[in-house]
Design a protein around this ligand. Structure first.
Ligand code: UFG
Length: 333
């Protein structure tokens, strides 16, 4: 069985591609390299193209049985400043991809959604029934596409699993992949890589807000190891293979988190513990669009996919640190 992975040269897509290959799937990566990195696609067939390019996609879609869609912009702050970019890529061009998939006769689709669809939830932990009221354009763009998938499921029998990631972090940790792939973003805006960099040559970390209604005043997030996310994608695909009827009634939305929250200050302490170095930091203002607390209830993914996080927070930080040191050594060489 062959799978098309859009955004396969990106952070999460590249980890999912390897998990698929380990499980015996043929994998074709599709990426325009606007945010992806050729080095993350090494060892795979990479078709360079835009998801809105129907002519480029058509022959590739003719060779695959299912699609995993990762290609999207994913910076909450940027989405507040430049919503046009987010709605164009995460909605308009993503819908064009979805129509190409449908026209190619493919009926299995796994989508990278986000806990950002929930906005500022009334209750923690967040279940899949929590109302979806995004507070930033990024979350709104993900919610729109989720709704499109639901409608296409009902109308056309397109079956999908919509995976709502909490905070993806860490780097590949298997023997053969360690140091080969990990978190790469340009620019980097995520807490863990920035905190790690602030122990070394990187800029001082700015803590985005210390007046949130949380125990220590900083935001709380549910960090989930990227390899655990990758495993969930394989399980989602297997779910679509074994179940389903023509009406798309078994389409699913699932939270992927560890079910445990860490504040920004707790993350800094963990980074200091793992690296043995101080994180240089200052207190700054809140970042627009940041909800105070996001923690998953991952019970549904456990019961329907048999999935739960296998790596703990310390595994996340230490794999991210190992990857960062590897890159630094490579760049210094
Ligand atoms: N933070 C800082 N300083 C920084 C960067 C981040 O204090 O320099 C804080 C943020 O305010 C936030 C926490 O660290 O409270 C985590 O921030 P990240 O940028 O690492 O992650 P986000 O929670 O903003 O974003 C992630 C994913 C998105 C997803 C979102 C859901 O990157 O794709 O979670 O809210 F949509």
């Amino acid at each position: 069985m062959a799978i098309l992975v859009t955004g396969g040269a990106g952070y999460i897509g590249s980890h999912a591609a390897r998990a698929l290959r380990r499980s015996g799937y043929e994998v074709v990566l599709y990426d325009n390299l606007s945010a992806g990195f050729r080095r993350l696609a090494q060892g795979f067939e990479l078709v360079e193209g835009d998801i809105a390019d129907e002519a480029r996609l058509r022959p590739v879609l003719a060779r695959v049985d299912a699609v995993m869609h990762f290609a999207a912009h994913a910076y909450v702050g940027e989405s507040v400043e430049n919503p046009r970019k987010y709605f164009r890529n995460n909605v308009t061009t993503a819908l064009s991809l979805l129509n190409s998939v449908l026209d190619a006769g493919i009926r299995r689709f796994v989508f990278s959604s986000s806990c950002a669809v929930y906005g500022v939830p009334e209750r923690i932990p967040i279940t899949e029934r929590t109302s979806r009221e995004p507070v930033n354009p990024y979350g709104a763009s993900k919610l729109f596409f989720e709704n499109a998938l639901e409608a296409y499921g009902r109308a056309y029998g397109l079956r999908s699993v919509r995976l709502r990631y909490f905070n993806a972090a860490g780097a590949a940790d298997s023997e053969d992949e360690r140091g080969e792939i990990g978190e790469l973003h340009d620019p980097e805006t995520h807490l863990i890589p920035l905190a790690l960099a602030a122990t070394a040559n990187g800029p001082e970390l700015q803590i985005c807000g210390s007046d949130y209604p949380t125990a220590d005043g900083t935001c709380v997030r549910d960090y989930i190891h990227v390899n655990d996310l990758a495993d969930a994608h394989v399980r989602a695909l297997q779910y679509l293979e074994r179940s389903g009827n023509e009406k798309g009634e078994d389409s699913l939305a699932l939270n992927l988190g560890a079910g445990r929250g860490y504040s920004v200050l707790e993350v800094i302490r963990a980074v200091e513990y793992v690296t043995g170095r101080a994180v240089r930091r200052t207190m700054g203002p809140r970042r627009a669009g940041d909800p105070p607390v996001l923690v998953a209830d991952p019970a549904k993914a456990q019961s329907l996919l048999g999935w739960s996080a296998k790596r703990n927070f310390s595994d996340i930080v230490s794999s991210a640190w190992a990857w960062m040191r590897k890159i630094e050594r490579r760049e210094a060489a």
